[in-house]
Design a protein around this ligand. Sequence first.
Ligand SMILES: NC(=O)c1ccc[n+]([C@@H]2O[C@H](COP(=O)([O-])OP(=O)(O)OC[C@H]3O[C@@H](n4cnc5c(N)ncnc54)[C@H](OP(=O)(O)O)[C@@H]3O)[C@@H](O)[C@H]2O)c1
Length: 327
Amino acid sequence: MLGLVAAALILVTFLVRLVKFATTDGDFTLTSRGPPKREQVEGKVVWITGASRGIGEILANQFTNLGAKVILSARNTAELERVKSEIISKYPTSSVEVLPLDLASGEESLREAVQKAESLFSSAGVDFMIHNAAFERPKRKALDESEEGTRATMDINVLGTITITRLLAPYMLKRGRGHFVVMSSAAGKCPAPGQALYSASKHALNGYFHTLRSELCHKGIKVTVVCPGPIETSKTSETNSSREGRSLEKRVPSERCAELTIVAATHGLKEAWISYQPVLFVMYMVQYMPTIGYWFMDRIGAKRLDAAASKKSTYSWSLMFGSKKSE
Ligand SMILES: NC(=O)c1ccc[n+]([C@@H]2O[C@H](COP(=O)([O-])OP(=O)(O)OC[C@H]3O[C@@H](n4cnc5c(N)ncnc54)[C@H](OP(=O)(O)O)[C@@H]3O)[C@@H](O)[C@H]2O)c1
């Protein structure tokens, strides 16, 4: 009898965990943490690239709400000013500065941007560098990508981001503290059929920043690599796929993505995954059972290219278990 009760308890626990995994929006470690720790960011200087729209704009709002002083960067100055004035109207006592920059503009121009960022707020210096800006080309086959497209992706997503880091880190090292938060992607952990360049650029960031942390963590430098799957932003609601495709795609709202990003950073996580299923499931498989994970991805590859071409969902379970294959 006792054995039966124990077996029933184990089964119930297993089922509860299964349901939780099926409905969660982040990896186990991330979702087991509490809310963002305000004390970690209050009064700190947070520099956010890609802050003119999307996840970056929401991050700027949420960091401000937690009492941080924020620096907003991107190329479009008018949009940055809009974000700034919207933040100030919501949080009248907030400290917000606009610092336009182009990540593809080369080392000298990025050096000036770093010096400027360091000099803002009475030369307080940057505490958190949120590397959020990125360039993503429309989905296409890896072999259809041009040299020009390759350079554009790598210049912004990889070279510009690394250059800012290399120029900013010495200031942080002098102060004995600093935190790089890097918006990577599920495409930085798994193959992403139709997004070969984007995936390559995000894998590069993961490699660089995890290595950087291993070299500098004992000198007060922290690194958090965030890997979101599909996120609902104004861009995706307007353009990414047909209405039919969007209704099949379950995307994590950008507000929740920003919140979990700040949870990951303020709880000192080294890496965090933010996604609904099935992307989260695939990430776990590729990370912990790569032979099976890559087998899944090989089943998906051609079908995902077809789905992208016909503007259907590129994130649904049917790609894994459906039968239609591309020629
Ligand atoms: N949305 C998703 O589903 C998703 C999923 C996984 C990962 N992510 C990652 O999350 C981050 C934010 O995504 P998002 O969807 O919010 O992006 P988004 O809406 O496309 O915004 C990209 C941001 O980057 C800026 N940017 C682009 N090129 C730049 C350049 N050369 N120099 C400086 N800034 C530049 C853009 O501003 P300007 O055009 O004004 O320069 C914009 O503010 C990205 O790193 C992305 O890869 C997003």
